[in-house]
Every structure is written in C-alpha cells, then in structure tokens.
Design a protein around this ligand. Structure first.
Ligand code: F0G
Length: 429
C-alpha cells in the first residue's frame, strides 16, 4: 500500500501555486510549472522499494509506478483503476566496461531506456501524463515531436481509448518513429517547418481546442521521467554513482532526473547526489552556449544527424539549468562525427542505440579527455532510444554513405552468389 502525499503545482518563475490536479502547464505569468510533493508526509524507504521489486502487483512491476508516492500519489486503489501502464521501465543497466575502456573510463554503466515498451525513455513520462489525462476526464491528447514522444503518446493513448494528435516536422523524423505513430493510430500531422515550429503550434492548438498537451512542458511528464534516476539508484543497490550523463534536446529529461534525485536525497533514500552531464549536438546547442556564457537560452536553428535532439528552442531550459546547478553539473557538446563514432562503438558492443542516445557516450569521451570526468569515477550513461528507431542512419553509415560523416567502423553487407566455395572464401577472408 502506498502512502498518500499531498502535492500542488508551483510556478518556476513567480510564487504562484495551483491545485495538484489541474490541466494547466503554465502559470498566469507564463512560467512553466513544477509538481511539488509534501515529502514530510512520505514514508517511502529503500526496503519498501526493494520489496516491490519482488512483488507481482501490476503497479509494483512498472518501473515508474513502483515509485508512485513520488510520481502521482493518488491512493493505490484509485491508481490501480486509472494508471495507463504497459510495463514501462525496469530497463537493463549494462556493465559497459568494454565501451568504457574505449572512451577512457573503466567503471561505465549504460542504462538502456530504449528497452521501454515503445523503445524510448518517453514511456516513463507518458504513462504519468496519460494517467493524468484520464483522471482529468480528457478525451484527446496531442504533442509536437521529433518522433519518440509521438510514438509513445500514440501507444499510451490507444491503450487508454483517447484520441491522439501528433505534430511532427515533415521529413525530419526517423522512420521507425513515424511508423509507430501511424501504426498506433494517431492522427499524424506533418508540419512544414522544424520541431520548434511544431512545438509553438501545438500549444496554440491545445489551448484553443481543449486538448491535453503531453509534451515535457506538461509537469506530469517530468514526474514520470524522474523514475529513470530512481531506478538507476535501485539498480546500483542505492550506491550513488559519481556521474549521470545524458543527451539534451527539449531538456525535459535532465530536468526530471535532477528533480527526482533531490527528492530521494530529501527522503534519505540516497545519501549524496551524483553530478550530471548534459550532452548536446553541436548543431543544436542552445543550452551549451547559454551555460558557457552564463546567460539565458537564445534559440538557434538546429541541425544534426541525431534528429531526436534537433531542437533549437527548448521549452524546459529554465528548469533544466536549475537542476544542473543543483547537481554541480556540466553541459557539453559533440559533433555529428563524434556521435556516429560513439554509436558504432555502442552498437558493436551488442547494446545498440539510436544516434541521439550515443551523444551520451561521445560526451563522456570528451569530458574524460578534458579531465572533467575522472577516469576512475563511476559513470552511468543513459541510452535514450532503441537502435531500431533509425535504421536508415545505421545502413547508410555502414555503406559509407552518410553525408559529411566519416564511417570509421564500417561493417558493410557483402553480396555473394549462392555458392559454397564463394561463401568459404568470404568467411575465411
Ligand atoms: N534522446 C532521444 C532518443 C529523444 O527522443 C529525445 C527527445 C532526447 C534524447 C532529448 O530529451 O528532450 O528531454 O532533452 N525527444 C523528444 C521527442 C523531443 O519529441 O521525442 P529531452
């Protein structure tokens, strides 16, 4: 049985507060909103969480709802009826020391969020946001997306009987992701323009049509995504690593992870905080530029092979910066070449991930080289999406046909006649 914890919404810019279950995502002053839990009434412990790992109850088996007091603390009997869950989370934390040796850090672990039901970390935030949509009695949900959010929303809306409307930048999302939105039955609208145009549009559409917006501007998306950090801690038997490293696009994920870890610390479930490193693609680096200059984020026109993080005007940057500072974090950037080198490494290790995810490993390489991450430190990198999300990039990389990218670890397919001698010759080569 979970403990009930009071919560409310609070503006990140001014002092305004709102009721916990509200369909707004912005304050009247237009600042974004946080979910604030009253942790003084929360008696969650490591023992309770570890016992839930062995439980067969559906909520306990979800790697998000296992942590429900810190996600959406409705009474268990209410959540059991309403939670839009499909076994999200409980992803593998790989001992990746072989990859680590290549990038200069021995004690490397990779948390593979591509092993979620729709193949990306978005399922963690989506189960929370769709559950809130149902609780609020909404009938339709929408998002703008570089692909993974739309895939996840389409699936979670379908299992919940909600209408789903997706706004994507035309011709700019990976095929695996577009296929999922179509397959799960979302109304898929391809916008002339980029993700940032789609993001601006969807906010207006949702406001005028009474549709529930489930981009990471939605505070409950952030609540669900906190579970990545919770699960990393539980995977490591509550021994806090030195670093958590992840890619940054719209900046919801790093916001979520730092918020969640600060809550775990406040509850005494962990005894210190890891440092956080956010890695941007050099062609989509507004946070990196702002962080270097100590300034507000200025939008840029984004361009990178890692289409998932091709975002120039991130909505959550203010919350994101706050979390990075609280965790003594850093922001870095990596080139498309470095992303693809790292991807070839992660893929060939048998783990595999989509390009944006591999910015994580490229970023670790760079930060170790600069002496920011020590080679003897324990590092957990987050792989955000599955290798199958973007098959075109993989095949073109191994054919040496990616514009502007040097394919340094080519594994090209070999054409052969169906002839034993020819096959023998090829195998022995
Ligand atoms: N990695 C992957 C695979 C993503 O799909 C995204 C974001 C990120 C990293 C960046 O996470 O936005 O929280 O900083 N994809 C969004 C989408 C924008 O629409 O699927 P973030």
């Amino acid at each position: 049985m979970g403990t009930e914890v009071a919560w409310h919404l609070a503006c990140v810019r001014c002092d305004a507060t709102y009721p916990g279950l509200d369909s707004r995502y912005r304050c009247d002053c237009s600042g974004t909103l946080d979910v604030i839990h009253d942790l003084s009434t929360c008696n969650l412990t490591r023992e309770v969480l570890d016992a839930r790992l062995a439980s067969k109850a559906p909520l306990d088996r979800s790697g998000v709802w296992r942590f429900r007091e810190l996600i959406l603390p409705l009474p268990d009997e209410v959540l059991e009826g309403v939670a839009a869950a499909r076994g999200e989370g409980s992803t593998q934390l790989y001992d990746a020391s072989a990859v680590g040796r290549e990038v200069g850090v021995e004690d490397l672990w990779l948390k593979h969020e591509g092993e979620n039901p729709t193949g990306s970390f978005k399922d963690r935030g989506m189960t929370a946001a769709i559950t809130v949509a149902k609780t609020l009695g909404m009938s339709a949900v929408a998002c703008a997306s570089t692909g993974n959010t739309s895939a996840s929303m389409a699936s979670y809306a379908a299992i919940s009987g909600l209408d789903a409307i997706v706004f994507i930048p035309e011709g700019k999302i990976a095929f695996g992701k577009l296929s999922q939105a179509l397959a799960y039955g979302a109304k898929t609208i391809q916008i002339e323009g980029d993700f940032d145009d789609a993001m601006a549009l969807v906010q207006d559409v949702c406001a005028s049509e009474g549709i529930y917006l489930v981009n990471s501007i939605n505070p409950f998306r952030i609540e669900g995504q906190k579970a990545i950090g919770f699960e990393i801690m539980q995977d490591l038997d509550w021994q806090v690593p030195d670093w958590i490293v992840l890619p940054g696009g719209n900046l919801g994920n790093n916001t979520a992870i730092s918020k969640g870890l600060l809550e775990l610390l406040e509850l005494g479930i962990i005894d210190r905080l890891p440092r956080l490193a956010v890695v941007q693609a050099a062609g989509a680096n507004p946070l990196y530029t702002a962080w270097l200059g100590g300034e507000d984020v200025e939008p840029v026109k984004a361009d990178t092979i890692a289409t998932a993080i091709k975002i120039g005007n991130p909505v959550s940057w203010r919350k994101s910066m706050r979390g990075i500072e609280a965790l003594h974090g850093v922001v870095t950037e990596v080139t498309d070449d470095q992303i693809m080198d790292a991807k070839a490494l992660v893929d060939a290790a048998g783990i595999g991930a989509e390009p944006a995810s591999c910015a994580t490993v490229a970023g670790i390489h760079r930060l170790v080289g600069e002496g920011v991450i020590g080679s003897d430190e324990r590092v957990v990198g987050i792989l955000t999406g599955n290798v199958l999300k973007d098959p075109d990039v993989v095949v073109n990389y191994h054919a040496g046909e990616l514009d502007g990218i040097e394919s340094r670890r080519v594994n090209a397919p070999i054409s052969a006649r169906a002839d034993l001698d020819e096959i023998r010759r090829i195998i022995r080569q």
